[in-house]
Design a protein around this ligand. Structure first.
Ligand SMILES: CC(C)(COP(=O)(O)OP(=O)(O)OC[C@H]1O[C@@H](n2cnc3c(N)ncnc32)[C@H](O)[C@@H]1OP(=O)(O)O)[C@@H](O)C(=O)NCCC(=O)NCCS
Length: 149
């Protein structure tokens, strides 16, 4: 498996993976938000890809991705069919290497699997809050400091 930068011609495939992963990990939120596939694609192109560095995990096809801007790890998603094989760990190691000064990220309080995943990899919760409208979902700000990692 290789971790490498996203290519433009892969964006649609990655956006479909992102949706599958969100549907599997937070179905309650996806049902409430009701984003269409076109909205996902527009948001990915206009915001995620434009404002972040996007890296993919390629295992004879894209199986996960991360999007990072400075110390902020904004998105980390692995295809549900590829989870539990160490791909998320490899992507997170890449994010740590890209930002040696440390990382911050938000996750939803209900996403217990992601919380356990980050906490086992050196992240600590620094603030419990609420994501901005229209999402309005309880969230947690996590921080990783490489000196403690
Ligand atoms: C969180 C996430 C990125 C982890 O990716 P991954 O490729 O499964 O990660 P790994 O295989 O490296 O590690 C998975 C860990 O979860 C555990 N796990 C718990 N439930 C599991 C399940 N149903 N299937 C597979 N692994 C599971 C594994 O045992 C492993 O435990 P460890 O921390 O003791 O090593 C992935 O689950 C994901 O994409 N989730 C949905 C999106 C998400 O929540 N992203 C984070 C939002 S901030």
């Amino acid at each position: 498996m290789e971790i490498r930068p996203l290519r433009d011609d892969e964006i649609e495939e990655v956006v479909r993976l992102w949706r599958r992963s969100r549907d599997a990990s937070q179905p309650w939120l996806e049902a409430r938000a009701g984003h269409t596939a076109d909205e996902d694609l527009r948001f990915f192109r206009a915001t995620i890809a434009r404002e972040n560095d996007v890296w993919v995990a390629d295992d004879r096809g894209v199986v996960g991705f991360l999007a990072i801007a400075g110390q902020r790890l904004g998105w980390l998603y692995v295809d549900p069919s590829a989870q539990g094989r160490g791909i998320g760990s490899r992507l997170l190691d890449k994010a740590k290497a890209l930002s040696p000064a440390g990382l911050t990220l938000y996750t939803h309080q209900r996403n217990e699997r992601a919380r356990a995943f980050y906490e086992r990899r050196g992240f600590r919760a620094v603030r419990f809050g609420m994501s901005p409208p229209p999402e309005n979902e309880p969230d947690i700000l996590y921080r990783f400091d490489s000196q403690q990692g």
